[in-house]
Design a protein around this ligand. Structure first.
Ligand SMILES: Nc1ncnc2c1ncn2[C@@H]1O[C@H](COP(=O)(O)OP(=O)(O)OP(=O)(O)O)[C@@H](O)[C@H]1O
Ligand SMILES: [Mg+2]
Length: 509
């Protein structure tokens, strides 16, 4: 077979789910030893195409040619054995096992072909971590790790399994700038060694930083291909969403009113009993957006969980909502008092994937607000609310009875954001609101956050995207090593100055 330099050709792939045409006659080619960025709006069909590649989904039509040979994998394991390593958009890790156990599970090095050789397996994993600069605690349980580290675990896992073609589905959505830099280094290194990477992302800067080739999908088809040198960010955004995109928030000055949230000497431990929030004071007013930046593991996760009532605060901690002491109140009670929450981990705490869109649209609220005191849920009322969220937030779904697990990643995120934003909440605790959201919809969500504040809500925005915090926040704070540092008012500090705070706290002064 003649080698045309292509490791992969997907030809005329069509994949439907009922009435939804997720992939419509899609053809793409991928050159060996390169990085191909696969981009496009939420629901465009990117993840589906990759799931067809690994035969998680059987295509209705079309064929796949790998290294010049037609292939049809029986399942994901078969695909892995053919050197295709997929890092899923939603993590596929066993939460009660350690990092190392997750990585080697099913692929353990064997002693004499039978017994699992722990030491050999561990050495192999350590070697990969060292080589590609992954710094992950191999002995810790998945349960206790922040999302950013889980992503790295997934990548090390496929590398350990000998992947030749790596598919990374939005690998950077929760990584810190340093983490992204490290990942890109690893990706370029991999490509330099002849491995091939398909990289799905919504962040156009990343496309330019790492891709050799760009494939743009829209509405289930390939809208076009491009190379980074011959197109700019604006043109690419336009190609994705079919209109001009600003990539900028239209920030207006805030008019802060009464204090909505006040925390004093807040101290919180993680699941291992380690004190992760070590005495935080904060005060947030109605009409104000406070942004918290910080590298993963600085304690912002525990801070947020304690503020929403998902994690107990230490004795002596104080949390007040509109003056009322709520430190002992459950998350449900806080919700009843008008606290909304967009969690970082949308599939874990954000939604119930097996349930329908409409059930998820009222989840957490069916006892509160308008639905209180009703024994049976009013189907018409809940249906109306769900349809309103779907319409306003442009959630792509064939209907509100569709199960949430059938939505694309970004559309699940839009549903969660819409659910929390549409209620008249006094306080919104928002983590990574635009995680996995396409460039067109990011603008919309940013605008909604500002409108919420303008309507009098107090907004606590915790984001891995420093840019997002800087664009939206009236006041910036930086979490470092369990403490909260003042990062100034909107526009007061540069991203460099904030970056220093994030990595060193105020210690550099
Ligand atoms: N298992 C499924 N059952 C039914 N519909 C599905 C299923 N998987 C995907 N879809 C639908 O197919 C379309 C494409 O989804 P896909 O997940 O491929 O989008 P995507 O480009 O990866 O989007 P995102 O950027 O939001 O991750 C969506 O409309 C989605 O609802
Ligand atoms: Mg996807």
């Amino acid at each position: 077979m003649e080698d045309n330099g292509l490791i992969l050709q997907m030809r005329h792939i069509t994949k439907t789910f009922g009435s939804v045409i997720a992939n419509n006659d899609v053809s793409v080619s991928v050159r060996r030893g390169t990085v191909t960025a696969l981009i496009g709006e939420n629901g465009a069909g990117k993840s589906t195409l990759m799931n067809v590649l690994t035969h998680i989904h059987k295509p209705d039509e079309g064929d796949i040619v790998l290294n010049g040979k037609p292939v049809r994998f029986r399942n994901a394991l078969d695909a892995a054995q053919h050197g295709i390593g997929m890092v899923y958009q939603e993590f596929m890790l066993y939460r009660d096992l350690t990092v190392l156990e997750n990585i080697i599970l099913g692929f353990e090095r064997k002693k004499g072909g039978i017994f699992i050789d722990e030491i050999q397996s561990r050495r192999a994993v350590e070697a990969i971590c060292e080589r590609y600069h992954f710094n992950i605690p191999l002995n810790e349980k998945i349960n206790d790790l922040p999302v950013s580290l889980l992503q790295q675990v997934e990548i090390v896992k496929v590398l350990y399994r000998g992947a030749e073609l790596l598919i990374l589905d939005e690998p950077t959505s929760v990584l810190t700038p340093q983490g992204i830099e490290g990942l890109f280094e690893a990706i370029r290194f991999l490509a330099g060694q002849g491995k091939t990477v398909i990289f799905i992302t919504h962040k156009l800067k990343e496309v330019f930083a790492v891709a050799d080739d760009i494939v743009v999908m829209r509405d289930g088809t390939v809208a076009g291909t491009a190379v980074p040198g011959r197109i700019d960010e604006h043109e690419l955004a336009g190609m994705m969403v079919g209109r001009d995109v600003m990539l900028q928030a239209r920030k207006r000055p805030a008019s802060p009113a009464e204090v909505v949230l006040q925390a004093r000497n807040l101290r919180v431990r993680d699941g291992n009993g380690v004190l992760r929030v070590r005495g935080v004071d904060l005060r947030l007013r109605a009409g104000e957006i406070m942004g918290i930046a910080g590298v993963a593991g600085s304690g912002q996760q525990q801070l947020v969980e304690a503020l929403f009532g998902l994690r107990e605060a230490e004795r002596g901690s104080e949390i007040r909502l509109l003056g009322e002491d709520i430190v002992k109140k459950s998350a449900r009670d806080r919700r009843l008092r008008g606290v909304g929450y967009v969690p970082q981990d949308r599939l874990g705490t954000g939604v119930s994937p097996e349930s329908s869109v409409w059930e998820n649209a009222i989840m957490g609220y069916h006892i509160a607000h308008g639905f209180r005191s009703k024994v049976f849920l009013d189907r018409r009322e809940t249906g109306e609310l769900a349809r309103r969220i779907v319409r306003l937030y442009d959630v792509k779904t064939p209907g509100i009875d569709n199960r949430v697990k059938n939505l694309s990643g970004g559309n699940i995120q839009k549903l969660v954001v819409g659910r929390e934003f549409i209620q008249k909440n006094r306080l919104l605790i928002i983590e990574d609101p635009t995680r996995g959201i396409d460039v067109g919809a990011v603008e919309f969500i940013w605008e909604q956050i500002m409108l919420l504040a303008e309507a009098g809500a107090a907004v606590l925005l915790v984001s891995h995207e420093l840019n997002e915090v800087m664009q939206l926040a009236d006041r910036v704070a930086v979490m470092y090593n369990g403490l909260l540092f003042d990062g100034g008012r909107h526009g007061e500090l540069t991203d460099r100055e904030l970056g220093l705070l994030m990595t060193r706290g105020a210690g550099h002064e």
